[in-house]
Design a binder for this molecule. Structure first.
Ligand SMILES: [Zn+2]
Length: 672
């Protein structure tokens, strides 16, 4: 449905406005405009209606804006002096304008407008047509003014077992009348929406069992359009109309009365399987029990930015210059464009009263965030100059007060923006910032408690660049702070022996340590520094911790070290004695090459069977921030593999193979 609206807007913009033709950055002439404005047939008076650069604009605090919004059931959120104006449509669609930005964001879409909101003489002006379109209004220009009307934006049918359901979506609260014409040849239901224009097409085929087709037509004057739905039904078919939301309506067509009720319609909700860990290990061991995340000071204290901002010429500059220093933004007219950073991974750690979402980035970014007032309570973060690797997706958090969290590539032009939206059922407190000790990790902590009373509704922040050691970056992507360091993780240990082969007296935790120690020797000989997550038979981290805490402790070792690579060493096992050979696992798509290179070299050197690389969400390769793989070195449950694993020479060959793979992938440690 949103897509329909967005497409409509784009068409209008392309046909009516010369995009980019209006220069920015010069004082903005604003002249008074005496046009009449009608909304749903009612005249709305504006005190601050004006003309600027050939377009009608309105002062944001004009009572006309409030009246317009009230008629269509929309809301506005704006704090004087800030750069953001946010509107919520009656159907929940979010619209956000940024001062100086030629893009308005409408839910998941970004739409170009000739110019964005601007300050003039301390008054914030918003382009009226851009606002109306974003609000999903039909715009009619007449001599002496404009008429706006909400629209029917989608009509969709679902043919079920014994009935047909027609879903109708509009951009403002719906009112309707229905009528039945029982003519023997063409019985017809007509649903009339006074005051609504039509953006939902003209006909819908209804399949022919309960009804043949539905025709959508607009009548009435442009200032007060009326949209009619006529449904060409079979004889004996009944209709029921059910309001499913303030802007949505379901029409049910059925032969039997009891099939008209709505409660039996909808499919059962799909079950979500979470792969997130069960507990919340602390990312930062030194952290006090306060639920506040370890964030950099400038990010944790969001600062509404200083006023006159329209000098900025593009979005990236606007956001990047939104730092706490007000002078900075005006003084430099063209901040150099920051490079595009990638969001490689999104992970979640839940605890009883908070969830932390961690975004693993390839470098520093800036972001802005918004919070809607009750009862909407949505909170979103726009990360600028960022590209999301992988599809838009839902992020599962365990917090009961959070309905959903979604992340998507919100915008690509003129700049890349990744948006994360948190939709809570009641107010939540959110803090955003860098995670201490974990370079390029942006932490978003959602707390079950409401935000402080005086909390601002929007702000900006940065994930700062990690202070680099003197040597240059070795990779284009993540910048390890210790590019000559490799962390090796011998799987299991202590009270967790891993897999066991009784007959051969083989224990996984002993074998993984034996291979890891051989690998360490190999790598050190080649000039690498090596850290083992354990160098004896013990648990890593708290011996009483649960599995995830144990695994997180291994990740903490790697993440805190700023290592170049993380290699976890395991031995496979199966209930059946059939499976055999080596498998190297990766999680992030970007780690596939590392996995393949190590797999090739290890299979070649060891002579063990090659069972290929696989993608699997193992904890340690998901929650480490550097390129990470986990190698299952043959099967303890397979007779042939177990014979090999019992020979120290085979362990030597495995270690030599992994070391060779690391060399093939990295080219060796950086020159000192
Ligand atoms: Zn294992």
């Amino acid at each position: 449905m949103m897509r329909c609206v967005a497409r409509l807007l784009v068409c209008f913009l392309l046909s009516a406005w010369p995009l980019g033709a209006v220069a920015q950055g010069i004082a903005t002439p604003v002249t008074r405009l005496n046009d009449q404005i009608f909304v749903s047939g009612r005249e709305v008076r504006f005190e601050q209606l004006a003309m600027s650069r050939g377009q009608p604009v309105v002062g944001i605090d004009d009572s006309g804006v409030a009246n317009l919004l009230q008629i269509i059931g929309a809301k506005m959120q704006y704090e004087p002096g800030t750069r953001f104006v946010v509107f919520t449509r009656a159907d929940g669609t979010l619209i956000s304008f940024t001062v100086g930005s030629n893009a308005v964001s409408v839910d998941d879409t970004s739409i170009a407008i000739p110019f964005g909101p601007f300050y003039e003489d301390g008054q914030l002006y918003v382009p009226l047509l851009g606002l109306s379109h974003a609000l999903g209004l039909f715009v009619h220009r007449f001599r002496g003014g404009y008429a706006f009307a909400p629209q029917i934006v989608a009509v969709q049918r679902h043919v079920g077992q014994r009935r047909t359901v027609i879903e109708i979506q509009a951009t403002a609260p719906l009112a309707w009348r229905s009528a039945y014409d029982g003519s023997p040849k063409h019985p017809t239901f007509t649903i009339t929406f006074p005051g609504f224009a039509n953006a939902a097409g003209s006909t819908v085929d209804l399949g022919g069992r309960e009804a043949r087709k539905l025709v959508i037509q607009r009548f009435g004057p442009p200032g007060f359009p009326i949209t009619n739905l006529s449904i060409d039904v079979m004889r004996g078919i009944k209709l029921a109309a059910h309001r499913t939301g303030s802007t949505s309506l379901d029409l049910v067509l059925a032969r039997n009365e009891h099939d008209l009720a709505l409660n039996t319609v909808l499919a059962t909700p799909s079950v979500q399987v979470s792969t997130t860990p069960r507990s919340a290990p602390s990312l930062v061991p030194t952290q006090a029990p306060t639920p506040a995340p370890t964030v950099t000071p400038q990010a944790s204290a969001p600062v509404p930015t200083a006023v006159p901002a329209p000098e900025v010429t593009d979005n990236s500059g606007a956001i990047a210059s939104g730092s706490p220093s007000p002078e900075a933004s005006g003084a430099s007219p063209s901040p150099s464009p920051s490079p595009l950073e990638k969001i490689m991974d999104v992970s979640v750690i839940d605890s009883a009263d908070a969830s932390r979402i961690t975004l693993s980035l390839t470098g520093p970014v800036s972001f802005e965030w918004h919070r809607l007032a009750e009862p909407d309570n949505r909170f979103w973060i726009d990360i600028s100059q960022a590209a999301l690797i992988g599809p838009a997706r839902e992020i599962t958090v365990k917090l009961a007060t959070v309905r959903s969290v979604k992340i998507s590539q919100h915008q690509v032009l003129p700049d890349h923006v990744v948006r994360l939206i948190i939709d809570p059922s009641q107010p939540v407190d959110v803090s955003i910032g860098a995670i201490e000790g974990a370079p390029n990790q942006l932490g978003i902590d959602i707390h079950a408690r409401p935000p402080p009373e005086d909390a601002p509704s929007s702000g900006v922040g940065v994930l700062p660049a990690v202070s680099q050691s003197p040597q240059p970056r070795v990779a284009v992507t993540a910048g390890p702070s210790h590019p000559n360091l490799i962390v090796i993780d011998p799987g299991h240990g202590g009270n967790d022996p891993g897999a066991i082969n009784q007959q051969y007296g083989l224990v996984e935790s002993h074998l993984t340590l034996a291979i890891a120690q051989r690998l360490k020797t190999n790598l050190e000989r080649a000039g690498w520094h090596v850290v083992l997550t354990r160098d004896g038979d013990y648990e890593v981290g708290d011996p009483n911790g649960n599995d995830d805490q144990e695994l997180q402790a291994r990740c903490d070792v790697a993440n805190a070290s700023g290592a170049r690579l993380f290699i976890s060493v395991h031995i496979n096992s199966s209930f059946s004695s059939g499976p055999s050979g080596l498998t190297t696992y990766f999680w992030r798509p970007s780690d596939r090459t590392l996995a393949q290179v190590i797999q090739n070299a290890t299979a070649r050197a060891s002579g063990a069977g090659d069972a290929g690389v696989k993608r699997e969400n193992f904890y340690v390769i998901h929650h480490t921030v550097m390129p990470s793989v986990l190698i299952e070195n043959a099967y303890l449950s397979n007779w042939h593999d177990a014979t090999l694993l019992a020979q120290p020479a085979f362990l030597d060959r495995l270690a030599a193979g992994i070391a060779q793979g690391i060399k093939d992938y990295t080219g060796g440690p950086p020159a000192p």
